[in-house]
Design a protein around this ligand. Structure first.
Ligand code: ADP
Ligand code: ZN
Length: 615
């Protein structure tokens, strides 16, 4: 019935700012937030693409508070809904959710509250939204002018090609038919163009204004190291860079998840496993602990992560090569949603590449699929082997130009490279002269001129490549062969004892048309401590630790008492600011980011007390 009446264009700017400050406790909008809020608050449709941690939630939460009535938020994950609603309730917003985890009485109470207009935001799962009963309720809200907007979170779930596909999302296209006058905002952190177009088409949002943010995550530092003793490298990384902090460690197999978690625990890191082979109950238990407790490390397969909203994950580590750049970016994006310094760390070895290639080759998939999978892998190899800025590589992949970032391993300590052209040619010709039938070990013996039994038996001391590589030691030759394999100049025949043979890609190098440069392994630890000093945003570096620790302890106790995740009470960023500013009055507290009116009333006295009594 409001279809033809354009919403009045209120001066939302000033009001939006007020809500931002008083409800959420933030002094300024970030990036495109303000434009999006004003656009939606004025009754228009929007498609929002913003990286994880960009601040998507406020883009619909503030319009929900500015517009008359209840906003309906479609969200695919129960855990996510619960935590978002807890955070809103803490901030004094009238929010609730409806999903299958509730008993009938609770659900009825929520429905009742919605019906009589007591809710500003109602989170629902898509399957619930589409029930006739719920649609009737929505009709009622619309007919009484109390349906504020629809927000469709994780909108990429509508894409059939992505791995998060949820068939129920397809039905959301009926919303504009049934409620043409109600604005809709769809949000996702999935960047690629194909998914973007599919979202617009399937949700009938092709006309909607698009807000596309940069996908850069400047607070995340990317580091990729050569695998040597990966578990020890991981442990050293955690101890040196993020001791006591929450993090996620990704492994490919369930067994490796279990083993790594157990090993970390033995070495004093508070770690939990998570994979699809565990019982539903155990998995949910570990997820809840990770979300609620401070400083836990989750060791997981990629089954873990979608919708993990925890803002203070300080690191994401990969012990195995991810499947694609998109996967890597999505997984690492779970670090540092709160904008504070965070780390993405990966250990990789050429063996990983060989193994993944083999998995692709041996899979039952179609040739087309295999070709795509190989391409994806190659792009990833380009990233791990890069000797220039990692972020530039990543962003270029998503179509963004950028300058060297100054916050990745290659920027912070530029890798030394070694011109291995001569060595690589010698290696290739040795593969060829011995008949493409031997593995790296024997080939290295031949190159180095070792008179082993096998060499003598095969008469390899008489071929032209015997002894032409004595200037390099065995370890260095191993590196050369690994890299030749990683870059596919040489292929491994697993059926024949890992015999190496030349590929077409080796030709240009053999003909002298291209060179072959390798990165030298960097000196460990030393460069690391130097880098560490250069991070102003580090936790707890630079802030009074005792006060910060006391605030954290208070927060943990409060969160437990209220049965909510710690970050719902206050985020790390807020505690840090308190520890630095040492507010002495309610007025000074109000100036701190993340403390809205409601939280100041609820916790202000306790905080001031802690500050006053900590030296
Ligand atoms: P997304 O859903 O895009 O991953 P969130 O909405 O969860 O991101 O926001 C990420 C973090 O940034 C949260 O911790 C949130 O409180 C914080 N945040 C969002 N907008 C602002 C802002 N304008 N000022 C300060 N912090 C903000
Ligand atoms: Zn860089």
């Amino acid at each position: 019935m409001f279809a033809d009446t354009p919403s009045p264009p209120p001066a939302t700017g000033g009001r939006a700012q007020q809500v931002l400050a008083h409800v959420f406790g933030y002094s300024a909008f970030r990036g495109e937030q303000q434009a999006i809020v004003e656009h939606v608050a004025a009754g228009s449709d929007a498609l929002v693409l913003m990286p994880t941690g960009g601040g998507k939630s406020l883009c619909y939460q503030i319009p929900a508070l500015l517009r008359e009535g209840t906003a309906i938020v479609v969200s695919p994950l129960i855990a996510l809904m619960q935590d978002q609603v807890s955070a809103l309730v803490e901030a004094g917003v009238r929010a609730a959710f409806l999903n299958s985890s509730q008993d009938a009485d609770t659900a009825r109470a929520v429905e009742r509250a919605a019906y009589v207009g007591e809710l500003d935001l109602l989170y629902v799962a898509p399957e619930r939204l589409m029930t006739p009963r719920f649609l009737d309720q929505l009709d009622h809200l619309r007919d009484t002018g109390r349906l504020a907007l629809f927000a469709i979170d994780e909108a990429h779930c509508v894409s059939q090609w992505g791995h998060d596909f949820r068939p129920e999302y397809l039905q959301l296209s009926i919303l504009p038919e049934r409620y043409p006058a109600i604005p809709r905002i769809a949000l996702t952190a999935t960047a690629d163009r194909q998914t973007r177009e599919e979202i617009a088409r399937r949700l009938n949002l092709t006309h909607a204004r698009r807000f596309i943010s940069s996908f850069d995550r400047p607070n995340i530092r990317y580091t990729i190291v050569d695998k040597d003793d990966p578990r020890r490298q991981l442990l050293a990384f955690i101890r040196e860079e993020c001791p006591g902090q929450a993090g996620i460690v990704y492994c490919l197999s369930r067994r490796k998840v279990e083993e790594t978690a157990a090993w970390l625990c033995e070495h004093g890191v508070n770690a939990l496993p998570y994979h699809a082979g565990m019982t539903q109950e155990l998995r949910a238990g570990h997820q809840t602990r990770f979300l609620r407790e401070d400083g836990l490390v989750m060791v997981a397969t990629i089954a873990f992560g979608m919708g993990i909203d925890k803002p203070d994950v300080r690191f994401v580590a990969h012990l195995d090569l991810p499947r694609s750049i998109e996967g890597y970016y999505q997984e690492t994006g779970r670090a540092g949603r709160d904008g504070l310094a965070a780390q993405a760390w990966m250990a990789w070895g050429a063996q990983d590449v060989v193994q993944q290639r083999r998995m692709i080759d041996e899979s039952e998939a179609s040739e087309e699929f295999k070709r795509l999978a190989r391409n994806r892998l190659e792009v990833l190899v380009g990233l791990v082997e890069a000797t220039t800025c990692r972020r530039q590589h990543l962003l270029a992949y998503f179509g963004e130009d950028s300058a060297p970032c100054g916050n990745c391993d290659n920027c912070l300590s530029p890798p030394q490279t070694w011109d291995a052209t001569e060595a690589a040619r010698k290696a290739l010709s040795c593969v060829y002269r011995t008949g493409q039938r031997y593995g790296a070990g024997h080939l290295i013996d031949v190159l180095r001129g070792e008179l082993t039994d096998k060499v003598v038996e095969r008469g390899h001391q008489d071929i032209t490549t015997f002894g032409i590589g004595s200037e390099l030691d065995e370890k260095r030759w191993r590196t050369v062969f690994r890299q030749l394999v990683a870059r596919e100049l040489v292929a491994v025949d697993h059926e024949r004892y890992n015999a190496l043979r030349l590929t077409d890609a080796a030709r240009p190098l053999l003909r002298g048309e291209t060179g072959f440069h390798l990165r030298l392994e960097r000196e460990r630890s030393r460069s690391r401590s130097r880098r560490r000093a250069a991070t102003p945003m580090d936790i707890p570096g630079g802030i009074p630790t005792t006060l910060f620790d006391r605030l954290r302890a208070w927060r943990a106790a409060t969160a437990k008492e209220r049965n909510v995740p710690a970050y719902v009470v206050f985020q790390d960023a807020t505690l840090r600011e308190i520890a630095i500013a040492r507010p002495r009055s309610q007025g000074e507290l109000a100036g701190i980011s993340g403390i809205g009116d409601r939280k100041r009333e609820a916790y202000g006295d306790a905080i001031l007390e802690i500050v006053a009594t900590t030296g």
